[in-house]
Design a protein around this ligand. Structure first.
Ligand code: ZN
Length: 184
């Protein structure tokens, strides 16, 4: 099943997501989130964006990575109940970020180049990974979703003013996207 995406304005995107009960069978949910991520051409998708307030997100950096032919591209990943650690707090890179829940809006977001993430995998095994560059950026973006934060929160005061109308339009469902969104 391909989920419709929850748009900006829905309070679930501003809540701190609840930890998922260890042992919960998440196979179906994760499979559907992978399907949805592929269908809407996203590099990542967090549970609150499909209407579930749980600490889970999926990431697929591969299609968006610039790597040489010999380098393997990053496969799809799932992160459950993650904790994030910034490894290079002084190496901050700015890059424009979009979000499927905030269509048509791109914000220059500062992210740490290197992170470490501890999480559970789909089999509830504890895992730990380090990530750099694009993968690190996507993970930080999706992790933000679990604490109720969005790309627009990184916009400066002037840009926020400029975005006001656009955000109101998203809330009213006045947006054109090529994927389905669930407005109230
Ligand atoms: Zn997002």
């Amino acid at each position: 099943m391909i989920y419709p995406i929850i748009p900006y304005g829905n309070p679930i995107l501003r809540q701190k997501a609840a930890p998922i009960e260890p042992g919960t069978d998440l196979q179906r949910l994760v499979q559907d989130m992978f399907l949805t991520m592929d269908a809407i051409d996203a590099a990542g998708l967090a549970a609150p964006q499909v209407g579930i307030s749980g600490q889970l997100f999926v990431v697929h950096a591969g299609p968006y990575e610039e790597t040489s032919n010999s380098e393997p591209k990053n496969p799809k990943r799932v992160y459950i109940n993650p904790t994030l650690e910034i490894l290079e707090p002084n190496t901050i890179i700015y890059r424009e970020e979009g979000c499927m829940s905030v269509p048509g809006i791109y914000v220059n977001v500062p992210r740490s180049r290197r992170i470490r993430i501890k999480f559970f995998d789909i089999h509830w095994q504890e895992q730990e990974e380090e990530a750099t560059d694009l993968l690190a950026r996507i993970i930080q973006h999706e992790y933000d979703h679990l604490i109720g934060k969005l790309n627009i929160d990184y916009a400066g005061a002037t840009m926020r003013l400029l975005l006001k109308r656009k955000l109101e339009n998203i809330q009213r469902g006045k947006v054109q996207v090529n994927y389905s969104m669930r407005f109230k």
